[in-house]
Design a binder for this molecule. Structure first.
Ligand SMILES: NC(=O)c1ccc[n+]([C@@H]2O[C@H](COP(=O)([O-])OP(=O)(O)OC[C@H]3O[C@@H](n4cnc5c(N)ncnc54)[C@H](OP(=O)(O)O)[C@@H]3O)[C@@H](O)[C@H]2O)c1
Length: 246
């Protein structure tokens, strides 16, 4: 994927991995627009306020963005929440509903809104964002894993659906990255800059791999194939003891 001279929209680009990626794309010469629910003082980029749970807000923002940036040819669906849940406490369902609304439906709503414009460009890219947890559950975040497995499945269907339109689809599969509180939850989380160095070297390969799996994500992505799934899941289940009352 070419990352020079693109017009890129990073939905969920006001902090964390999205903001880091925005900086990398801008440094490579691309124009970048970012979005979040709230304005951010952290970002030097043009920012649109969108809540991806609100389809009308997405459509309105899409119209403004496409009008102002008709060259838009790269969409990254980064918006996501990572919520802990105790499945023995029925009130977890609030976190489940938010997780699916933002991570899965939000991704699908955004792609659906921008696909006609991207296809009209003749050559464009959509980058979806899953997680190693889509492939090897982290039992403290059950609905998060379900949402990201859903984004993976959607991405797999998007490839053939968009074949012949000029729109290419790439799935980013981050491991734990030291953003959004992950640095406290997981001391092994990758520093953001190290993660982005690896992402940029993989995503700029020609042809672009369908999935961007940095080294730290490989053991999660390929656990089932490698026969390590049961042992890794058991080890990751130990984290459940951190829930109150366990
Ligand atoms: N960090 C990790 O360890 C890790 C690992 C695997 C995958 N990921 C995935 O990578 C992506 C970015 O994660 P991050 O760590 O960079 O998190 P982050 O710093 O919390 O960034 C999340 C971004 O999404 C936006 N967002 C959240 N809810 C939204 C909503 N309802 N509507 C619109 N925008 C919304 C946030 O802006 P506002 O808060 O202003 O809305 C922010 O721009 C997520 O999809 C996450 O699941 C992260």
């Amino acid at each position: 994927m070419d990352i020079h001279n693109r017009t890129a929209l990073i939905v969920g680009g006001t902090s964390g991995i999205g903001l880091g990626l925005a900086r990398r794309l801008a440094n490579a010469g691309s124009t970048v627009i970012v979005t979040g629910r709230h304005p951010s003082t952290e970002t030097p980029f043009e920012t649109e306020i969108i809540d991806v749970t609100d389809i009308e807000a997405i459509h309105n923002a899409r119209d403004r963005i496409v009008r102002a940036h008709p060259t838009l040819d790269l969409l990254v669906t980064m918006a996501g929440v990572m919520l802990l849940e105790d499945l023995r406490d029925p009130t977890h369902i609030t976190a489940t509903e938010e997780t699916i609304a933002v991570n899965l439906l939000g991704t699908i709503r955004t792609i659906s809104a921008f696909t006609p414009h991207l296809a009209s460009r003749g050559a464009a890219d959509i980058v979806t964002v899953t997680s190693g947890i889509a492939y090897l559950p982290f039992p403290l975040m059950p609905s998060y894993g379900a949402s990201k497995a859903g984004v993976h499945a959607f991405t797999e269907a998007l490839h053939p659906q968009l074949a012949g339109t000029g729109v290419s689809v790439t799935e980013l599969v981050p491991p734990a990255v030291a953003t959004s509180g992950q640095e406290k939850l997981n001391p092994a989380a990758l520093p953001l800059d190290d993660y982005l160095d690896d992402v940029i070297s993989l995503i700029t390969m020609n042809p672009t791999p369908e999935q961007i799996i940095v080294r730290a994500a490989e053991r999660l992505r390929w656990a089932e194939r490698d026969g390590t799934y049961a042992d890794l899941l058991a080890a990751r289940s130990l984290s459940l003891s951190s829930l109150p009352g366990r």
